[in-house]
Write a protein that binds this ligand. Sequence first.
Ligand SMILES: [Zn+2]
Length: 589
Amino acid sequence: MALYPTQFIEDLKHHADIVVVIQDYVSLRKSGASYKGLCPFHNEKTPSFTVNRDKGFFHCHGCKAGGDVIKFLELHEKLGFMDAVKLLAQRFGVPLPALEESDEQRAGAAERETLLKIHEAAAAWFRAQLLSPAGVRIRTYIADRGITEATSEAQGLGFAPPGREGLKQTLLKQGFTQASLVKAGLLVQRDDGQTIDRFRNRLMIPIGRDTGSIIAFGGRALEKDQQPKYLNSPETPIYSKSRTLYGLHLSKTALRQSGFVVLVEGYFDFGQVFQAGFPVVASCGTALTPQQAQQLRRFVGKVVLSFDPDAAGQGAAARSSELLVAEGFDVNVATLPAGSDPDTFIQRNGSAAYGERLRQSRPYLDYLLDRAAAGHNLNSDEGRVKFLAEMLPVAARIPDAAMRDRFGDRLAFKARVTDEVVRAQIRKAAVQKQTAVHSGSMPSFGNVTKAEKGLIWWLIHEPGPALAALEGLELGDFEGLASRSVLDLARKLNENRGFSPSVLLERLSMLEAQLVTGIASEPEPPALSLTSCVREFRRGRYERERAAVQREIEQLQTRGTDNGVEINALLARNGDLGRLIQALVIAEE
Ligand SMILES: [Zn+2]
């Protein structure tokens, strides 16, 4: 496998601020010399995820995940090393060295680039059609739905006219091929082989990545009998429905500033809530996926669901809510009067009244509990059993143990059974769930001595003196140690004049990186000085040797009489080792 030159990777890492990269996924705040946030690799409510900007690594004290900026991308985006390097280079606009890309990969990147250009051109054309005289009817329709010109422009709304080839002809003239227009999902191929525009006589809603690049379209029917009511782009090499949240690119700054997001279902709900000045994204009718939840987590920890009241507790909305709870979000439900959705509610009652509904939103679990309680006759045994059967799985998915217990207590109260019964059942269900989730979790290191921890800490924070200390150590000093592979690697890099904390972090396995970043994320230097560390390594080596010598002596003694010379030599060595150890102990005092 071709590799990127080490120097390139070092330059890239120097250029790519780890805090900036991780901020794309995790909201971080400064805490002393490092940054803290909620770990993206496990569910938690209090931040144990730290990022050290100067030394270029992250570490989670909860799940032990750790490494450099590349390892973060490998873990978070589930990429291999090479792809993580590529992503990082793209993120910072650093050109990649040429040699390593296969033809196939290059073709893939070029294709995605073309598809993005096609969407950009199509959005511009749809927009122009809306603003043309032919679009007046649609502009009236948008205005009648209470969407202002400014919102329409922000959303990039457009109009696909009824003709079959309007877009096709325009884009062919711009030099795009028919094949790529089909691939983009903008043309459909009919049975006779002819291609026509997919979107005809529709209000067009561009769907963007959070960066703003348009990757798909939603098309709303404009006639009463036109089917389907909403027609969306198919999945393409640049568009995956399960990874896209509508409106994130428009709202992301507001999300970061406010710390919460209103989750609505439709494009028009989005338009109204956005226009009313609230941070909002739309799920577009289907249940949220874990990938979408992860995207949200990069910006907020709190979600207010604003769905049709009849829908909030069931179907897609309920599945979304439960996923968000399970992913550790604070989830509230804002209820609206029966029959209204955010779109119609704001149009009728104004944005202040809607804001009031958001303020009065209640925690999702409270909402569910009351709803389930109202749905069963809790005066009958049967009703109580059904009620519990409905709520126990919900409880089991609450990631935080204390919160789960509190919820359990309230369940017990409603169902009039003892707390202990309910708690035990929830715990059982939660444990089953956890074993399923964490079965792939990584093993941990054995006992790491103080000296190992010390040397590793200094290697990252004060490489100069630490390397000098390392040079005074021998391979034998590391024998049998838990961190041996790490120290060996540091030694080798140093011998080849290629040591830097950054290179070391990059060469470590996932497991080694956990160990090293865990040690390095300690804010204070360890109690042992480097000199003491070296003495400790040496002492450990002598002690291992003395133990081996003593075992050998015992074996020889039990075997018989004919080995006095050997035993004497070993006893002498044993004595030497004892004195060496003693000298090190005295030096330490
Ligand atoms: Zn973690």
